[in-house]
Design a protein around this ligand. Structure first.
Ligand code: UN1
Length: 509
């Protein structure tokens, strides 16, 4: 698969230049490498895509669910056949290590496998009636047109969490991927169309943030959109939530996280160090599930910090090649906001884990750096010990390779600390004591809990999602996401031959 170099939006199978600015999607490991020139759409084009989807959806909804499932399954198989080339493109466009990129492509394959089966299980219910000779039923109805807006840190897996179930449930999709992952999005959409997804049922629109808001507001106002799915920052999620609320819509929001890892006194510290390294620094800390703060019991705190500091100092950083813990940040926009976080970290904290802070360059080198840092968005890892619950680093998501460490005495205190930032996506506890596990699970506000594992790396068939600042309680993945892309319709059928009235003609014995 060769990545196209000039990309347009694709609406109902037609290339549409779109009327907006041009954007260059760059390789973050080598900024001089232009992966794609992207022609961004204007608001009218965005609305056109929603109108095309509205048109195509009617017919798609009439395709039997098991047949739609076959199409989703065929999509997964095509991705499987193109796994390596797609992973290479992910690595080139967003700087993930190849191993992580392969894992991410595996996640869409798993998702498609799952929904292939769901096509034969899109169950409704038969429900007893309170009256004789009357039967009640429920049916899952497609919502209609789904607008899916996705970030580029998981440019393949996360879109698939929306697109696969949305299509399976009989919806048409307008997908607005991150501009900085535009080529990956196009490659993925091509595979979906080749697998048999009808042109107007999956539309790809490249647009900047403000145009997306404008176009979405107008399309919602015109009744062209029935569901919005968004994965990205809490800030943007709030705006999408407000917009949808004005139009009486409930979006599916998967937002940021400040994910804690609690180490009980009996924690396996060596394994916990490995987990913290993977979830704190893997993907350069740019997962919504990335580790934010380690909350270590006072009996193990010092030993953990010593071991963790050693591991972070030794971690291979560099070109997203084999054996590297992490590569560059995703894009210049992220590098700028991360640098802002670094400036308040530098001002208030003593940094461990590295001999320097900030961008890795010839003037600020990192020992053992893999490759040449001069043309990429590479950053030193940051480890901040002695974090207090009022510190910004404790409270705010940083979306970069930085982890904080703090300490606690009682489990209640640890749970309180873990909940303090007000996010609620993923949380981990390290212990072999069942009572600690269950008390932690009950007390924590996170949607996802790991025991003796890292905060990132959720499997593709468990409910994925968060609470508080991490989302509006919607869940993706597995059967739970079907509630996002279908609405329940109920039906009652009276075969008594008389007009029976609910609440008034209750059969009593
Ligand atoms: C995200 O960063 O938006 O659990 C999703 C994980 C991955 C998905 C992360 N399976 O870390």
């Amino acid at each position: 698969m060769v990545a196209p170099t000039a990309l347009n939006s694709v609406i109902d199978g037609k290339e549409v230049p779109g009327g907006g600015d041009t954007y260059a999607s760059l390789n973050p490991a080598r900024l001089s490498d232009v992966v794609a020139e992207v022609r961004l759409a204007d608001s009218a084009t965005f609305q056109d895509a929603c109108a095309a989807a509205r048109q195509a959806q009617r017919e798609w909804a009439r395709v039997p669910a098991p047949v739609r499932g076959q199409v989703v399954g065929a999509f997964g198989r095509l991705v499987q056949a193109n796994k390596e080339s797609l992973a290479r493109l992910v690595t080139r466009e967003v700087g993930k290590t190849y191993a992580e990129a392969l894992g991410e492509v595996q996640e869409i394959i798993d998702t498609c496998d799952f929904f292939l089966g769901e096509g034969r299980r899109l169950y409704g219910q038969t429900v007893p009636s309170e009256m004789s000779d009357k039967q009640l039923f429920t049916f899952r109805m497609p919502v209609g047109v789904s607008v899916i807006v996705t970030a580029g840190n998981f440019p393949v897996a996360v879109p698939s969490w929306y697109i696969a179930p949305a299509l399976l449930c009989g919806n048409a999709v307008v997908w607005k991927p991150a501009e900085y992952a535009a080529a990956t999005a196009r490659a993925l959409a091509e595979l979906a169309w080749r697998a048999g997804v009808p042109a107007g049922v999956l539309n790809l629109v490249y647009a900047d943030g403000e145009t997306t808001f404008e176009g979405l507001d107008a399309a919602l106002g015109r009744g062209l959109v029935d569901k919005v799915g968004f994965t990205g920052s809490t800030l943007v999620g709030r705006r999408i939530g407000e917009l949808c609320g004005r139009h009486l819509q409930t979006p599916c929001l998967e937002l940021g996280g400040k994910n804690p890892m609690v180490l009980a006194p009996d924690a396996d510290l060596d394994l916990a160090v490995q987990a913290a390294l993977f979830s704190g620094y893997g993907t350069a800390g740019q997962r919504c599930t990335s580790l934010g703060t380690v909350i270590a019991h006072e009996d193990v705190h010092d030993e953990f910090v010593r071991k963790f500091d050693e591991a972070v100092r030794a971690a291979a950083v560099g070109e997203p090649a084999e054996g590297v813990v992490y590569g560059p940040l995703l894009d210049e926009k992220f590098a700028r906001s991360y640098e802002e976080a670094l400036s308040w970290i530098e001002e208030h904290h003593t940094v461990l884990g590295s001999s320097a802070i900030g961008r890795i360059t010839a003037e600020s080198p990192r020992e053992g750096f893999v490759g040449d840092p001069s043309d990429g968005l590479y950053y030193h890892p940051v480890l901040v010990a002695g974090v207090r619950p009022t510190d910004r680093i404790f409270l705010e998501e940083t979306f970069g390779p930085v982890v904080g460490v703090t300490t606690y005495r009682t489990l209640d205190e640890a749970i309180e600390l873990a909940n303090t930032p007000g996010y609620g996506l993923s949380a981990a506890v390290w212990t072999s004591d069942p009572a600690t596990v269950f008390q932690f699970r009950q007390g924590i506000g996170a949607g996802m809990v790991s025991v003796n594992n890292s905060t990132s790396g959720a499997e593709a068939h468990l409910p994925f999602g968060g609470n508080g600042k991490s989302g509006n309680g919607s869940r993706q993945s597995g059967v739970w996401v079907l509630d996002q892309f279908t609405r329940w319709q109920s039906m009652n059928w009276d075969f008594s031959g008389s007009l029976q009235k609910a609440q008034m003609d209750v059969a009593t014995v």
